[in-house]
Design a binder for this molecule. Structure first.
Ligand SMILES: [Zn+2]
Length: 426
């Protein structure tokens, strides 16, 4: 089934200049990119030359169901935030509550342009069902903490056998929480299993200045040697979330085909964790993606805000307006994240690529002055997710000017309100 998006302005991170065109999708993929106003098969949208199309965003680190915990613990340092507020509430979670929170998260992500997301949490079969019902792409892992009996790893592997490769929208990887919550022995075991089963791994990495001490590893090894010793360095794909405390001098270590650092600027700022060495990582050609982290530490799942923050905060921090360009950040938020999550041919506006895209309304006051060269700068520095007209995943329009095509908005909100009340009052 063909769909034509007529007279639109395409841009992706491989282009030096945006391209006026018609885009024809066939089923799940971009079939043709043609000169503007030349395609006529089933025109579903006419952009009239004032609508941009860019690849949908990849939110490469988060905990979707934490939408139920939004606002319950504000303005605390990470460890206090986790131990006193978040973990006690998470102990009360049930499959039904996780499903309600995941639906809510997916709604927010679709409205703000996310077409694929990574998730690490519990009751992940519920998140998988929520994503499949909504038809959004995702990469899921069971968060593994203190797993001395191996039962959580087992659950993670069950998730993989139930969902990985069953549907092209969904990949599964292993989710050891962090070096300070998982023993070195468990970490070695998880790395071995990841290699044997050809699964990726996502892991919180050097988020705060104190966690390496908490892990008891300070006088034993360095973070980089730890990745080598545990075998994590050899897993098929390794998403290291945060990386705030990677030393500038060690950034080149992370330039490896299987490693992606996931930058979460807003969560890092809100929890007072610090600034990741993004300038140095990019200078060393390390693959970096973007994430929101959970809604309890952000408190939004709007990746467009992360894009804006990532492009701004390092300029201020380094007193260097040339560092971290708009195009670089958009690349992080699109193809880099999609690749790290295991989605091939995703994250560019290119024939044969998955039709994961967002349409952006340029016919607004804050876009006056855009042209084919400066478009990414307008999107990053002047735009916001309010400009999104449509969010499309695998050729399906899932969000259309405020309307969700695969989610019952009112039912989802009602269920989430009830779920949150029951969780807080439990
Ligand atoms: Zn996290």
């Amino acid at each position: 089934m063909y769909k034509t998006y007529k007279n639109i302005i395409a841009w992706d991170s491989s282009m030096s200049k945006a391209l006026p065109c018609d885009i024809v999708t066939e089923g799940k993929v971009i079939k043709n990119i043609l000169p503007p106003n030349t395609a006529n098969r089933n025109v579903v949208f006419n952009g009239k030359g004032t609508t941009a199309v860019i690849p949908g965003f990849s939110n490469a680190h988060g905990h979707a169901a934490m939408t139920l915990l939004r606002g319950v613990a504000e303005e605390l340092p990470l460890m206090e935030w986790l131990e006193k507020k978040i973990w006690p509430l998470e102990n009360k979670l049930t499959p039904e509550l996780v499903r309600a929170g995941a639906d809510l998260a997916i709604m927010e992500m679709l409205a703000t342009g996310t077409t694929s997301f990574a998730d690490m949490y519990f009751f992940m079969d519920q998140v998988a069902e929520a994503a499949l019902d909504a038809q959004i792409r995702c990469c899921l892992s069971r968060g593994i903490v203190n797993d001395n009996d191996g039962s959580k790893l087992k659950e993670n592997l069950k998730l993989a056998s139930d969902f990985h490769g069953r549907n092209e929208l969904l990949t599964v990887c292993l989710g050891p929480h962090a070096p300070y919550t998982v023993s070195i022995q468990s970490m070695k075991n998880i790395a071995r299993v990841a290699k044997e089963t050809n699964l990726g791994v996502q892991l919180h990495w050097l988020e705060t200045s104190t966690e390496w001490d908490l892990s008891g590893l300070r006088n034993k090894t360095t973070p980089e040697d730890y990745l080598i010793e545990t075998g994590m360095i050899e897993v098929p794909s390794l998403l290291l979330s945060h990386g705030v405390w990677i030393k500038d001098t060690e950034t080149s270590f992370y330039n490896k085909d299987n490693i992606t650092i996931v930058h979460n600027p807003k969560s890092n700022m809100k929890l007072g964790s610090g600034f990741a060495p993004l300038t140095e990582l990019l200078a060393n050609k390390v693959s970096v993606a973007l994430g929101t982290d959970g809604a309890a530490s952000n408190n939004k799942l709007d990746i467009w805000e992360e894009i804006r923050f990532a492009a701004l905060i390092h300029k201020g921090n380094k007193q260097d307006s040339t560092t971290v360009t708009a195009s670089e950040v958009l690349k992080m938020a699109t193809i880099n994240g999609a690749k790290a999550m295991g989605f091939k041919n995703t994250g560019l506006i290119k024939e044969g690529y998955n039709a994961d895209m967002i349409l952006i309304d340029l016919d607004q006051a804050h876009y006056v002055g855009w042209d084919l060269v400066n478009l990414p700068n307008f999107i990053v520095y002047a735009g916001s997710s309010k400009d999104i007209k449509k969010t499309i995943v695998a050729g399906n329009i899932l969000y259309d000017k405020g309307v969700f095509k695969t989610i019952d908005r009112n039912k989802t909100l009602k269920r989430a309100i009830k779920a949150r009340e029951s969780l807080i009052n439990k």
